[in-house]
Design a binder for this molecule. Structure first.
Ligand SMILES: *Cc1c(COP(=O)(O)O)cnc(C)c1O
Length: 357
């Protein structure tokens, strides 16, 4: 079986973990701070704040900006559920805007129509490792005095106009094993705002500025030093991992037939967290079955847009976002991870062309 994802853990990660275990400082030690500093540098931002997951990074970022009850957050219905759930966690309401058919990201031209007096923030997702249209989104945010929280959980050092995902507004990243880099579980918040960064640090650690004095309701959403050691070792390999993904993507781009390959705007550097095809003419599910029979992994990200998930339907009522719904019916992601061999790539492309041809 050619799997969809394969974390690449080497001697560096193993040695780093053993060093932490031998040091006796397993949490709140020097590893987290060192990882944060390196991550901030990689993204070209002032601050990075490590958390326990990408989901808690989103939650802490929203809380740090004071988003809560009575507020609306504009986001995409075509993403992993955590993007929208985090808005619910803080008591705010997700307001969905349809996506662009080519990029699968928020259609910025539809955002302004969704703004109400309650709108507090825009939460774009850089889906599959391709940046959302940040020029347009930042201009709208500035015009309407809105906060921007970027879900960059799939976009570690993806770039638009030479700037990294997560460096425009407040960025949030996941370090789950299937992402382009991992700390096993973990997350990261990025910011150029001193006050927001400090607030995130306080919120993730029991609302505590001075030891055992708690100014506000905080949480335990910290990263351990063991996880930070893995994450830091992975960060040093991220550029190499991303290059390997881009090389695999380039092979598919030139060799696949009968499917729509990923669109990359000229000002973007895609990091191919996923290589996602659009399979037309109702052939998607058949192609997926054919690939499975041939021991090729594939996955649908995501088969049901968030506005059609049961509890969202109950909460927000029936809504229609036709571009997202069509994408859900047509997308198929195929293996693009760095461990693929040339033989794997040829086999995958050959089988897809055989089925579509
Ligand atoms: C992975 C992911 C998350 C959540 O990250 P976790 O680390 O799994 O909590 C949120 N949003 C998107 C778009 C993701 O891909």
């Amino acid at each position: 079986m050619i799997p969809m994802a394969k974390p690449l853990i080497g001697e560096e990660e193993k040695q780093a973990v053993l060093q932490v275990l031998d040091s006796g400082i397993l949490a709140q030690g020097p590893r987290v701070a060192a990882f944060e500093k390196a991550f901030a540098e990689a993204c070209g931002v002032q601050h990075a704040i490590a958390t326990s997951s990408g989901t808690t990074a989103l939650q802490v970022a929203l809380l740090a900006h004071g988003i809560g009850e009575g507020d609306e957050v504009i986001t995409s219905p075509f993403t992993f559920i955590a993007s929208a759930n985090s808005v619910l966690y803080v008591g705010a309401k997700p307001v969905f805007v349809d996506i662009d058919a080519r990029t699968f990201n928020l259609d910025a031209s539809q955002i302004e129509a969704a703004i109400t007096p309650k709108t507090k923030a825009i939460l774009p997702i850089h889906l599959y490792g391709l940046c959302a249209d940040m020029d347009a989104i930042m201009a709208i945010a500035e015009k309407h005095h809105l906060i921007v929280i970027e879900d960059a959980c799939q976009a570690h050092t993806a770039k638009i106009n030479g700037k990294c995902a997560g460096s425009f507004g407040t960025g949030t990243f996941s370090l789950y094993p299937t992402k382009n880099m991992t700390s096993a579980e973990g997350g990261m918040i990025t910011s150029n705002d001193d006050a927001i960064a400090e607030k995130c640090r306080v919120l993730r650690n029991h609302g505590m500025r001075r030891r055992y004095y708690h100014d506000e309701l905080g949480y335990n959403l910290r990263m351990t030093d063991v996880h930070a050691a893995i994450g830091h070792a992975q960060l040093l390999k991220l550029a190499k991992f991303n290059q390997a993904r881009a090389k695999n993507a380039a092979y598919y781009d030139t060799n696949l037939k009968g499917v729509v390959t990923p669109y990359v705007p000229e000002n973007c550097e895609h990091i191919y967290h996923q290589y996602t095809l659009r399979v037309p003419h109702g052939k998607r599910d058949g192609l997926r079955e054919f690939l499975t029979k041939n021991e090729i992994g594939s996955e649908i990200y995501y088969p049901l847009p968030i506005h059609q998930q049961g509890f969202y339907r109950e909460m927000l009522g029936e809504m229609s976002f036709p571009v997202a719904e069509q994408a859900a019916a047509e997308v198929l992601s195929i293996p693009v991870h760095p461990s693929l061999t040339q033989t794997d790539l040829e086999f995958v492309a050959g089988k897809i062309n055989e089925y579509m041809g």
